[in-house]
Design a protein around this ligand. Structure first.
Ligand SMILES: [Zn+2]
Length: 111
């Protein structure tokens, strides 16, 4: 028998206790990345707490350091896809126009 995956109950980011389904509180923090970071943009934190007290205690302390971002290196397949995408679209449009022109010529021959 195959069992459906069950979402694990989230744990409080301060005390580690299970967060009740009817009394959870989340905090979202967006902040600028440090100037020396090689990644431009912002850092995003999302934390869940069992109570407002724990959320305020977490916010009163220093925020965790930004997680390092792994730079995306496109694979050879990605580069080939990127190189063929625009010519492929142009080819499809050209063939559609040839098909449309052929249909117009066929309709004209009917009359
Ligand atoms: Zn807690």
């Amino acid at each position: 028998m195959i069992q459906e995956p069950v979402d694990a109950q989230p744990l409080c980011d301060l005390c580690g206790a299970p967060v009740p389904d009817d009394a959870w509180l989340t905090v979202e923090v967006d902040r600028a990345r440090p100037a020396e970071s090689s990644v431009v943009g912002f850092d995003y934190l999302n934390a869940i707490f069992c109570s407002q007290e724990h959320a305020s205690q977490w916010l009163a302390g220093p925020l965790p350091a930004p997680e390092p971002v792994a730079l995306l290196t496109p694979s050879r397949g990605d580069r080939v896809f990127d190189a063929l995408l625009v010519p492929g679209i142009v080819l499809v449009i050209a063939l559609a126009l040839v098909g449309l022109w052929t249909v117009v010529r066929w309709i004209v021959t009917l009359f």
